[in-house]
Ligand binder design. Structure first.
Ligand SMILES: Cc1ncc(COP(=O)(O)O)c(C=O)c1O
Length: 353
């Protein structure tokens, strides 16, 4: 926490207006617009609900084809299943993010014209936006950016999450800033306004409760909006702290770990410091040694095309994400990680190669 959260929460309680919505939710939406340059923003109860609404407002429905990064977290793609659409998973390239080359292949092998692409900016690092946006434009595919992990990241000085027709951020407890749980959808005015409508049970503008369509209860409470406003004030500090954590790991461990790269014309937020060891299995030995000292670390995300829930799904894969998954580690990367603890982690890694 930044220290300001309780002050803003107090204002909410003083107003006796804790929900639904309220002034602090509006302020939170405005602060996201100011920081990212997004024209429209909708505060939600999670990033996952943002992705679900994105598919809904784009009219994705049963049998529609949705392309998606394979190397990501389940939440990026489970909304495809909510809408009974058909995913096609696409591998990453040396950037660890979606391969534009394989994206073109996926469009060719799709059983019908794909309607959307859910693109994840993994671990807060930018994808190849120039190439990916061009391919989406040429093929009339709606780009949805999953920037859940990437708030504070930029490509060509433009905020990640603001390139596509829609983008989402997450404020889950483990993210670069948090409201304990929450999300934000940004993008085209019409689409965001339609999502606002669906996020509050698709209520038609009548005094009585009238519904031509069904919606969801996906909005954020005013209390959590207050937390979000305070968190946005320290976002840039958090990015710099995360990047400083990464730089120390990189300085000390680059001969034993190959770290996730950063595209030249981008600034990622280094949400997690991640990298791969030379040999398969080293990561598990290191994770175990760290756990014995009560220090958490994790393997990289298991790609979606390997998940049992997606057995039989189409994918365009060249082995890159599988190789990363078999050798990769997420190191402790908290923005308040102290230097002594970080040195201890570095030593444990070195001792277990
Ligand atoms: C890549 C990715 N997409 C989506 C989500 C979903 O966000 P939330 O937990 O706010 O629903 C997360 C994080 O949880 C994530 O890491």
């Amino acid at each position: 926490m930044s220290g300001k959260e309780q002050e803003y929460i107090k204002e909410v309680f003083k107003s006796n207006y804790i929900a639904p919505l309220g002034k602090h939710v509006n302020k939170f939406e405005n602060s996201i617009k100011d920081y990212t340059g997004a024209k429209n923003a909708l505060a939600l109860s999670s990033g996952t609900s943002g992705l679900h609404l994105a598919l809904r407002v784009l009219g994705i429905t049963q049998g529609d084809v949705v392309l998606a990064s394979s190397f990501t977290f389940m939440a990026s793609v489970s909304p495809i299943l909510y809408e009974k659409a058909t995913p096609i998973f696409i591998d990453c390239d040396e950037s660890w993010n979606l391969s534009p080359e394989l994206l073109e292949k996926a469009i060719k092998i799709a059983p019908k014209k794909p309607k959307a692409l859910i693109l994840t900016h993994l671990y807060g690092q930018a994808s190849k936006m120039k190439e990916i946006c061009q391919i989406c434009n040429e093929n009339d595919i709606a780009l949805i950016e999953d920037a859940a992990e990437a708030l504070g990241g930029f490509y060509d000085n433009k905020a990640l999450g603001t390139f596509g027709r829609l983008g989402i951020y997450s404020f889950n407890g483990n993210k670069i800033i948090t409201t304990s749980g929450g999300g934000m959808l940004v993008g085209d005015e019409k689409l965001v306004e339609k999502a606002r409508f669906y996020s509050t049970q698709a209520r038609e503008p009548f005094l009585h409760y009238e519904h031509n369509e069904y919606g969801y209860n996906y909005r954020l409470s005013n209390i959590l909006g207050a937390v979000g406003v305070a968190q946005m004030e320290v976002l840039e500090q958090r990015v710099l702290a995360k990047r400083a954590v990464f730089e120390i790991y990189e300085r000390e461990l680059s001969d034993v770990i190959e770290f996730m790269p950063e595209l030249e014309n981008s600034r990622g937020n280094r949400w997690l410091t991640t990298g791969v060891f030379k040999d398969k299995g080293t990561h598990l030995r290191v994770i175990d040694a760290l756990a014995k000292q009560n220090i958490e670390s994790r393997p990289l995300w298991k790609p979606m095309h390997l998940q049992p829930v997606f057995n039989g799904a189409l994918s365009v894969i060249d082995g890159t994400s599988e190789n990363l998954f078999e050798r990769g580690i997420c190191l402790a990367s908290g923005s308040c990680l102290d230097k002594n603890t970080q040195q201890k982690i570095i030593q444990i890694v070195k001792d277990n190669i």
